[in-house]
Design a protein around this ligand. Sequence first.
Ligand SMILES: [Zn+2]
Ligand SMILES: [Zn+2]
Length: 353
Amino acid sequence: MKNTKAYAAASATAPLAPESILRRDPTESDVQIEILFCGVCHSDLHTVRDEWSSVMPTTYPCVPGHEIVGRVTAVGAAVTEHTEGDLVGVGCLVDSDQTCPNCQANVEQFCPDSTFTYNSPDKHGAAPVTYGGYSESIVVDEKFVLKVPGNLDPAGVAPLLCAGITTYSPIRRWGDIKGKKVGIVGLGGLGHMGVKFAKAFGAHVAVFTTSPSKKEDALRLGADEVIISTDAAQMKQNTGSFDFILDTISADHDINAYLGMLALDGNLTLVGAPEKPLQVSAFALLFGRKSLSGSLIGGIKETQEMLDFCGEHNITSDVEVIPIQQVNEAYERLLKSDVKYRFSIDMASLKQE
Ligand SMILES: [Zn+2]
Ligand SMILES: [Zn+2]
Protein backbone atom coordinates (compact mmCIF):
# COMPACT_ATOMS: atom_id res chain seq x y z
CA MET A 1 0.00 0.00 0.00
CA LYS A 2 1.11 3.48 -0.75
CA ASN A 3 0.65 6.72 1.18
CA THR A 4 -0.96 9.19 -1.20
CA LYS A 5 -1.62 12.91 -0.88
CA ALA A 6 -5.26 13.92 -1.18
CA TYR A 7 -7.83 16.55 -0.24
CA ALA A 8 -10.53 15.20 2.03
CA ALA A 9 -13.48 16.32 4.13
CA ALA A 10 -13.38 15.05 7.72
CA SER A 11 -17.10 15.65 8.30
CA ALA A 12 -20.21 17.08 6.67
CA THR A 13 -19.37 20.53 7.99
CA ALA A 14 -15.59 20.51 7.56
CA PRO A 15 -13.90 22.15 4.57
CA LEU A 16 -11.76 19.99 2.32
CA ALA A 17 -8.19 19.87 3.63
CA PRO A 18 -4.93 18.00 2.94
CA GLU A 19 -5.00 14.38 4.07
CA SER A 20 -2.85 11.28 3.53
CA ILE A 21 -4.73 8.23 2.22
CA LEU A 22 -3.70 4.68 1.36
CA ARG A 23 -3.87 3.40 -2.20
CA ARG A 24 -3.52 -0.32 -2.90
CA ASP A 25 -0.58 -1.72 -4.86
CA PRO A 26 -1.68 -2.54 -8.42
CA THR A 27 -3.02 -6.09 -8.79
CA GLU A 28 -2.55 -8.10 -12.00
CA SER A 29 -5.42 -6.30 -13.73
CA ASP A 30 -4.87 -2.82 -12.26
CA VAL A 31 -3.63 0.41 -13.74
CA GLN A 32 -1.88 2.98 -11.54
CA ILE A 33 -2.50 6.55 -12.63
CA GLU A 34 -0.85 9.85 -11.72
CA ILE A 35 -3.74 12.32 -11.72
CA LEU A 36 -3.23 15.47 -13.81
CA PHE A 37 -6.69 17.07 -13.66
CA CYS A 38 -9.92 16.38 -11.81
CA GLY A 39 -13.20 18.11 -12.57
CA VAL A 40 -15.48 19.43 -9.83
CA CYS A 41 -18.97 17.93 -10.07
CA HIS A 42 -22.08 18.94 -8.09
CA SER A 43 -22.11 15.35 -6.78
CA ASP A 44 -18.79 16.03 -5.06
CA LEU A 45 -20.33 18.87 -3.09
CA HIS A 46 -23.51 16.93 -2.23
CA THR A 47 -21.47 13.94 -1.04
CA VAL A 48 -18.93 15.96 0.93
CA ARG A 49 -21.78 17.68 2.78
CA ASP A 50 -23.74 14.43 3.20
CA GLU A 51 -26.76 15.92 1.45
CA TRP A 52 -27.70 12.59 -0.10
CA SER A 53 -27.64 10.80 3.26
CA SER A 54 -31.04 9.17 2.71
CA VAL A 55 -29.79 7.35 -0.40
CA MET A 56 -26.01 7.24 -0.05
CA PRO A 57 -24.74 8.35 3.37
CA THR A 58 -21.19 9.67 3.29
CA THR A 59 -18.35 7.88 5.06
CA TYR A 60 -15.57 10.18 6.31
CA PRO A 61 -12.92 11.05 5.50
CA CYS A 62 -14.39 11.67 2.06
CA VAL A 63 -12.14 12.23 -0.97
CA PRO A 64 -14.43 13.23 -3.86
CA GLY A 65 -13.70 13.54 -7.58
CA HIS A 66 -14.91 11.41 -10.49
CA GLU A 67 -13.77 13.38 -13.51
CA ILE A 68 -10.20 12.15 -13.61
CA VAL A 69 -7.55 12.53 -16.29
CA GLY A 70 -4.03 11.24 -15.74
CA ARG A 71 -0.95 9.39 -16.94
CA VAL A 72 -0.41 5.67 -16.47
CA THR A 73 2.58 5.13 -14.17
CA ALA A 74 2.39 1.34 -13.75
CA VAL A 75 0.29 -1.60 -14.94
CA GLY A 76 -0.33 -5.12 -13.59
CA ALA A 77 1.08 -8.14 -15.43
CA ALA A 78 -2.27 -9.07 -17.00
CA VAL A 79 -3.15 -5.57 -18.27
CA THR A 80 -3.43 -5.47 -22.05
CA GLU A 81 -5.29 -2.25 -22.87
CA HIS A 82 -3.03 0.34 -21.28
CA THR A 83 0.69 0.96 -20.99
CA GLU A 84 2.90 3.24 -18.95
CA GLY A 85 2.77 6.82 -20.23
CA ASP A 86 -0.74 6.59 -21.73
CA LEU A 87 -3.13 9.49 -21.18
CA VAL A 88 -6.22 7.97 -19.56
CA GLY A 89 -9.47 8.87 -17.84
CA VAL A 90 -11.56 7.52 -14.98
CA GLY A 91 -15.19 8.49 -14.51
CA CYS A 92 -17.86 7.70 -11.93
CA LEU A 93 -17.29 3.93 -11.82
CA VAL A 94 -14.25 1.87 -10.86
CA ASP A 95 -15.76 -1.62 -10.65
CA SER A 96 -18.85 -3.78 -11.15
CA ASP A 97 -19.67 -7.50 -10.98
CA GLN A 98 -19.22 -7.90 -14.77
CA THR A 99 -21.78 -10.73 -14.79
CA CYS A 100 -25.27 -9.28 -14.27
CA PRO A 101 -27.59 -8.51 -17.23
CA ASN A 102 -26.80 -4.79 -17.00
CA CYS A 103 -23.05 -5.38 -17.13
CA GLN A 104 -23.61 -7.79 -20.04
CA ALA A 105 -25.52 -5.00 -21.77
CA ASN A 106 -22.62 -2.56 -21.21
CA VAL A 107 -24.55 -0.40 -18.76
CA GLU A 108 -22.38 -1.01 -15.69
CA GLN A 109 -23.77 2.16 -14.12
CA PHE A 110 -26.92 0.15 -13.37
CA CYS A 111 -25.12 -2.89 -11.96
CA PRO A 112 -26.49 -3.67 -8.47
CA ASP A 113 -22.92 -4.37 -7.39
CA SER A 114 -21.10 -1.47 -9.01
CA THR A 115 -18.39 0.46 -7.19
CA PHE A 116 -18.44 4.21 -7.54
CA THR A 117 -15.18 6.10 -7.72
CA TYR A 118 -15.66 7.56 -4.25
CA ASN A 119 -17.76 6.80 -1.17
CA SER A 120 -18.47 3.20 -2.25
CA PRO A 121 -17.40 0.20 -0.13
CA ASP A 122 -13.86 -0.63 -1.23
CA LYS A 123 -13.75 -4.29 -2.29
CA HIS A 124 -9.98 -4.24 -2.19
CA GLY A 125 -10.00 -3.22 1.45
CA ALA A 126 -7.33 -0.52 1.18
CA ALA A 127 -9.81 1.74 3.00
CA PRO A 128 -13.45 1.44 4.15
CA VAL A 129 -14.64 3.31 1.07
CA THR A 130 -13.20 4.27 -2.29
CA TYR A 131 -11.38 7.59 -2.58
CA GLY A 132 -11.77 9.78 -5.64
CA GLY A 133 -9.70 12.02 -7.82
CA TYR A 134 -8.80 14.90 -5.48
CA SER A 135 -5.54 13.03 -4.95
CA GLU A 136 -2.15 12.58 -6.58
CA SER A 137 -2.80 9.06 -7.85
CA ILE A 138 -5.39 6.30 -8.13
CA VAL A 139 -5.35 2.54 -8.82
CA VAL A 140 -8.19 1.22 -11.01
CA ASP A 141 -9.06 -2.06 -12.73
CA GLU A 142 -8.15 -1.70 -16.40
CA LYS A 143 -11.74 -2.35 -17.55
CA PHE A 144 -12.74 0.97 -15.98
CA VAL A 145 -9.87 3.00 -17.41
CA LEU A 146 -10.64 5.00 -20.56
CA LYS A 147 -8.29 6.07 -23.33
CA VAL A 148 -8.08 9.84 -23.80
CA PRO A 149 -7.45 11.20 -27.31
CA GLY A 150 -4.07 12.94 -27.37
CA ASN A 151 -5.27 15.96 -29.36
CA LEU A 152 -7.54 17.22 -26.56
CA ASP A 153 -6.61 19.55 -23.68
CA PRO A 154 -6.57 17.27 -20.60
CA ALA A 155 -7.99 20.01 -18.32
CA GLY A 156 -11.07 20.27 -20.54
CA VAL A 157 -11.31 16.49 -20.93
CA ALA A 158 -11.75 15.85 -17.19
CA PRO A 159 -15.43 17.00 -17.05
CA LEU A 160 -16.24 14.78 -20.04
CA LEU A 161 -15.95 11.80 -17.68
CA CYS A 162 -19.16 12.81 -15.86
CA ALA A 163 -20.83 15.92 -17.33
CA GLY A 164 -19.88 14.79 -20.84
CA ILE A 165 -21.17 11.23 -20.72
CA THR A 166 -24.27 12.32 -18.76
CA THR A 167 -25.40 14.42 -21.72
CA TYR A 168 -23.92 12.31 -24.54
CA SER A 169 -25.66 9.08 -23.52
CA PRO A 170 -29.32 10.27 -23.68
CA ILE A 171 -28.70 12.08 -26.98
CA ARG A 172 -27.29 8.87 -28.49
CA ARG A 173 -30.08 6.80 -27.00
CA TRP A 174 -32.73 9.03 -28.55
CA GLY A 175 -31.39 8.10 -32.00
CA ASP A 176 -30.32 10.11 -35.02
CA ILE A 177 -30.92 13.76 -34.13
CA LYS A 178 -29.47 15.11 -37.37
CA GLY A 179 -31.83 17.82 -38.62
CA LYS A 180 -34.11 17.40 -35.59
CA LYS A 181 -35.11 20.21 -33.27
CA VAL A 182 -33.43 19.64 -29.92
CA GLY A 183 -33.87 21.70 -26.77
CA ILE A 184 -31.36 21.97 -23.95
CA VAL A 185 -32.87 23.24 -20.70
CA GLY A 186 -30.31 25.06 -18.57
CA LEU A 187 -26.83 26.23 -19.52
CA GLY A 188 -24.49 25.05 -16.77
CA GLY A 189 -21.89 22.28 -16.58
CA LEU A 190 -24.27 19.73 -18.09
CA GLY A 191 -26.19 22.06 -20.43
CA HIS A 192 -23.14 23.48 -22.15
CA MET A 193 -21.99 19.94 -22.99
CA GLY A 194 -25.49 19.08 -24.23
CA VAL A 195 -25.31 22.00 -26.65
CA LYS A 196 -21.91 20.92 -27.97
CA PHE A 197 -22.97 17.30 -28.51
CA ALA A 198 -26.37 18.05 -30.03
CA LYS A 199 -24.72 20.49 -32.44
CA ALA A 200 -21.96 18.00 -33.34
CA PHE A 201 -24.64 15.41 -34.17
CA GLY A 202 -26.25 17.90 -36.57
CA ALA A 203 -29.37 18.96 -34.65
CA HIS A 204 -31.02 22.36 -34.68
CA VAL A 205 -30.26 23.34 -31.08
CA ALA A 206 -32.25 25.70 -28.89
CA VAL A 207 -31.24 26.59 -25.35
CA PHE A 208 -33.98 27.28 -22.82
CA THR A 209 -32.79 29.64 -20.12
CA THR A 210 -34.23 32.08 -17.60
CA SER A 211 -31.24 34.41 -18.04
CA PRO A 212 -31.15 36.66 -21.12
CA SER A 213 -27.50 37.30 -20.21
CA LYS A 214 -26.65 33.75 -21.26
CA LYS A 215 -27.81 34.25 -24.84
CA GLU A 216 -24.49 35.32 -26.31
CA ASP A 217 -22.63 32.46 -24.68
CA ALA A 218 -25.21 29.90 -25.79
CA LEU A 219 -24.77 31.01 -29.39
CA ARG A 220 -20.98 30.92 -29.02
CA LEU A 221 -21.22 27.32 -27.75
CA GLY A 222 -23.12 26.35 -30.89
CA ALA A 223 -26.82 26.92 -30.16
CA ASP A 224 -28.93 28.02 -33.12
CA GLU A 225 -31.36 29.93 -30.94
CA VAL A 226 -32.07 30.86 -27.35
CA ILE A 227 -35.54 30.80 -25.82
CA ILE A 228 -36.11 32.80 -22.65
CA SER A 229 -38.33 30.43 -20.70
CA THR A 230 -39.90 33.22 -18.63
CA ASP A 231 -41.07 35.00 -21.80
CA ALA A 232 -44.60 33.67 -22.45
CA ALA A 233 -44.67 34.88 -26.05
CA GLN A 234 -41.41 33.11 -26.92
CA MET A 235 -42.58 29.91 -25.26
CA LYS A 236 -45.93 30.00 -27.06
CA GLN A 237 -44.21 30.49 -30.38
CA ASN A 238 -42.27 27.24 -29.87
CA THR A 239 -45.11 25.10 -28.51
CA GLY A 240 -45.24 21.57 -29.96
CA SER A 241 -42.11 21.97 -32.09
CA PHE A 242 -39.35 19.95 -30.41
CA ASP A 243 -38.39 16.34 -31.14
CA PHE A 244 -36.21 15.94 -28.06
CA ILE A 245 -35.50 17.99 -24.98
CA LEU A 246 -32.64 17.39 -22.54
CA ASP A 247 -33.47 18.87 -19.14
CA THR A 248 -30.32 19.56 -17.09
CA ILE A 249 -31.91 21.61 -14.28
CA SER A 250 -31.29 20.33 -10.76
CA ALA A 251 -33.51 22.93 -9.04
CA ASP A 252 -37.29 22.83 -8.78
CA HIS A 253 -38.94 23.90 -12.05
CA ASP A 254 -42.13 23.54 -14.09
CA ILE A 255 -41.53 20.52 -16.27
CA ASN A 256 -45.00 20.77 -17.87
CA ALA A 257 -43.96 23.96 -19.63
CA TYR A 258 -41.21 22.01 -21.41
CA LEU A 259 -43.41 18.99 -22.14
CA GLY A 260 -45.62 21.50 -23.94
CA MET A 261 -42.73 22.34 -26.25
CA LEU A 262 -42.56 18.74 -27.53
CA ALA A 263 -44.00 17.65 -30.89
CA LEU A 264 -45.89 14.36 -31.45
CA ASP A 265 -43.99 11.44 -29.86
CA GLY A 266 -41.42 13.85 -28.48
CA ASN A 267 -39.31 12.92 -25.50
CA LEU A 268 -38.00 14.89 -22.57
CA THR A 269 -35.10 13.30 -20.70
CA LEU A 270 -34.08 14.43 -17.24
CA VAL A 271 -30.41 14.39 -16.29
CA GLY A 272 -30.57 16.89 -13.42
CA ALA A 273 -31.74 15.72 -10.02
CA PRO A 274 -34.04 18.20 -8.23
CA GLU A 275 -34.25 17.50 -4.52
CA LYS A 276 -38.06 17.43 -4.40
CA PRO A 277 -40.41 15.40 -6.67
CA LEU A 278 -41.50 17.21 -9.83
CA GLN A 279 -45.19 17.72 -10.59
CA VAL A 280 -46.13 16.14 -13.92
CA SER A 281 -49.50 16.75 -15.55
CA ALA A 282 -50.77 13.56 -17.24
CA PHE A 283 -52.41 15.71 -19.91
CA ALA A 284 -49.01 17.15 -20.83
CA LEU A 285 -48.01 13.59 -21.82
CA LEU A 286 -51.32 12.26 -23.20
CA PHE A 287 -51.77 14.93 -25.81
CA GLY A 288 -49.09 14.23 -28.37
CA ARG A 289 -48.16 10.76 -26.98
CA LYS A 290 -45.11 12.27 -25.32
CA SER A 291 -42.65 10.51 -23.07
CA LEU A 292 -40.63 11.52 -20.06
CA SER A 293 -37.49 9.65 -19.08
CA GLY A 294 -34.29 9.86 -17.11
CA SER A 295 -30.69 8.99 -17.76
CA LEU A 296 -27.66 8.40 -15.53
CA ILE A 297 -24.06 8.80 -16.77
CA GLY A 298 -23.20 5.95 -19.21
CA GLY A 299 -21.46 2.57 -19.37
CA ILE A 300 -17.74 2.16 -19.97
CA LYS A 301 -18.12 1.24 -23.66
CA GLU A 302 -20.25 4.29 -24.34
CA THR A 303 -17.93 6.55 -22.33
CA GLN A 304 -15.04 5.43 -24.54
CA GLU A 305 -17.20 6.06 -27.63
CA MET A 306 -17.93 9.57 -26.29
CA LEU A 307 -14.23 10.31 -25.72
CA ASP A 308 -13.38 9.10 -29.23
CA PHE A 309 -16.19 11.27 -30.63
CA CYS A 310 -14.78 14.25 -28.72
CA GLY A 311 -11.34 13.53 -30.18
CA GLU A 312 -12.75 13.47 -33.72
CA HIS A 313 -14.83 16.62 -33.25
CA ASN A 314 -12.39 18.48 -31.00
CA ILE A 315 -14.90 18.75 -28.15
CA THR A 316 -13.92 19.51 -24.57
CA SER A 317 -15.65 21.15 -21.65
CA ASP A 318 -15.17 24.89 -21.09
CA VAL A 319 -13.22 24.95 -17.85
CA GLU A 320 -11.82 27.29 -15.25
CA VAL A 321 -8.61 25.67 -14.03
CA ILE A 322 -7.97 26.05 -10.30
CA PRO A 323 -5.35 24.83 -7.82
CA ILE A 324 -6.66 22.36 -5.23
CA GLN A 325 -6.16 25.03 -2.54
CA GLN A 326 -9.13 26.92 -4.03
CA VAL A 327 -11.55 24.01 -4.02
CA ASN A 328 -13.61 25.17 -1.02
CA GLU A 329 -14.09 28.58 -2.62
CA ALA A 330 -15.00 26.80 -5.88
CA TYR A 331 -17.77 24.90 -4.04
CA GLU A 332 -19.28 28.18 -2.87
CA ARG A 333 -19.15 29.56 -6.40
CA LEU A 334 -20.66 26.33 -7.74
CA LEU A 335 -23.68 26.89 -5.50
CA LYS A 336 -24.16 30.28 -7.15
CA SER A 337 -23.62 28.81 -10.67
CA ASP A 338 -20.66 31.18 -10.87
CA VAL A 339 -18.48 29.13 -13.22
CA LYS A 340 -18.09 28.82 -16.98
CA TYR A 341 -18.74 25.99 -17.12
CA ARG A 342 -16.83 23.56 -14.98
CA PHE A 343 -13.96 23.79 -12.51
CA SER A 344 -11.01 21.58 -13.37
CA ILE A 345 -8.43 21.13 -10.62
CA ASP A 346 -4.79 21.18 -11.70
CA MET A 347 -3.55 18.37 -9.49
CA ALA A 348 0.09 19.49 -9.80
CA SER A 349 -0.93 22.01 -7.11
CA LEU A 350 -1.25 19.16 -4.61
CA LYS A 351 2.52 18.67 -4.68
CA GLN A 352 2.87 21.89 -2.62
CA GLU A 353 1.01 20.32 0.30
ZN1 LIG B 1 -20.46 13.88 -11.54
ZN1 LIG C 1 -23.25 -6.06 -13.02
